[in-house]
Design a protein around this ligand. Structure first.
Ligand code: ZN
Length: 280
């Protein structure tokens, strides 16, 4: 039986999963592997699993490295159809999202707490009025207790709401970038990559600033300025790299994107407030 390595297990060479006739070891229709005798050894199977897991790790590592150090390159690869070596944009975004909500609790970018909502936004006066209006009838309303409750609820909601930033920014970008990207999906990928980058940046900077001392007002303003410089730089490099534009066009679009991003994030925080107010 040791010589029977090439003996086919299914008599006619058809894919075991979808039935397509096979040419080679992998089905060209669904990707299923055509099994040989050695695929049934426990050792072979384990080697396969280990290989798949390490491949996934390499993929992820490669994707994060490219995202952080070569802005725009991941989106370009995605647009050109070189997708297998990298983690898909949405998956990358979700992973950065998890990282952000685990490690960067002190930034108010995607997770605006009640104090931020009531004092630091252009709609804060209106937000305060809505809050007062809603709880006018509750006799035992206590701000410190409500504040804690609100922040917990807001944090939970923001984890799933945060995704809407990506399509929104993508639409704003597509409006001026149509000629370059042709497909909205490419701008969606661009946007997902940007937000993944931003969340990693916020996590890194957040931890750094936290290490430097508690978040004071001064530090908060400084923090936002540093983040803005990073995002503008990322936009410029990414547009140039992804769409092969001139520096002039890249800088112009970066300025537009920076503005579009600010609008996106303000609308997001407003929406977050509205939804949280309904629940908390
Ligand atoms: Zn198949």
């Amino acid at each position: 039986m040791t010589t029977a390595t090439s003996e086919p297990l299914a008599e006619p060479p058809h894919c075991a999963t979808c039935g397509t006739e096979l040419a080679g070891r992998f089905c060209h229709h669904c990707g299923e592997k055509s099994l040989q005798t050695e695929d049934f050894s426990v050792r072979g199977y384990l080697t396969d699993v280990v290989q798949q897991v390490t491949n996934l790790d390499f993929k992820l590592l490669r994707s994060f490295r490219t995202l952080l150090f070569r802005p725009g390159q991941l989106t370009r690869e995605f647009a050109l159809g070189r997708r297998r070596p990298y983690t898909p944009p949405l998956t990358l975004f979700l992973m950065a999202n998890v990282l952000y909500f685990f490690l960067a609790p002190h930034t108010n970018t995607f997770n605006a707490n009640l104090a931020n909502q009531l004092h630091q936004q252009f709609y804060s006066q209106w937000a305060t009025n809505s809050l007062v209006e809603k709880h006018r009838a509750s006799p035992n309303f206590a701000m410190p207790i409500y504040d804690a409750k609100y922040n917990l609820v807001s944090r939970d909601i923001s984890k799933s709401l945060v995704i809407i930033n990506a399509p929104f920014l993508a639409l704003l970008f597509f409006a001026v970038n149509r000629r370059r990207s042709r497909y909205l999906l490419v701008d969606v990928a661009f946007s997902l990559h940007f937000f993944a980058f931003l969340m990693i940046l916020l996590t890194g900077l957040g931890l750094f600033f936290q290490f430097k001392g508690q978040f004071s007002d001064w530090l908060n303003h400084y923090f936002e300025l540093v983040v803005a410089l990073f995002t503008f730089g990322y936009f410029a490099l990414a547009v140039r790299q992804c769409y092969r534009t001139s520096w002039q066009e890249a800088l112009l679009k970066a300025a537009y994107l920076q503005l579009a991003y600010l609008i996106t994030i303000i609308l997001y925080r407003l929406l977050l407030f509205l939804v949280t107010l309904q629940v908390a």
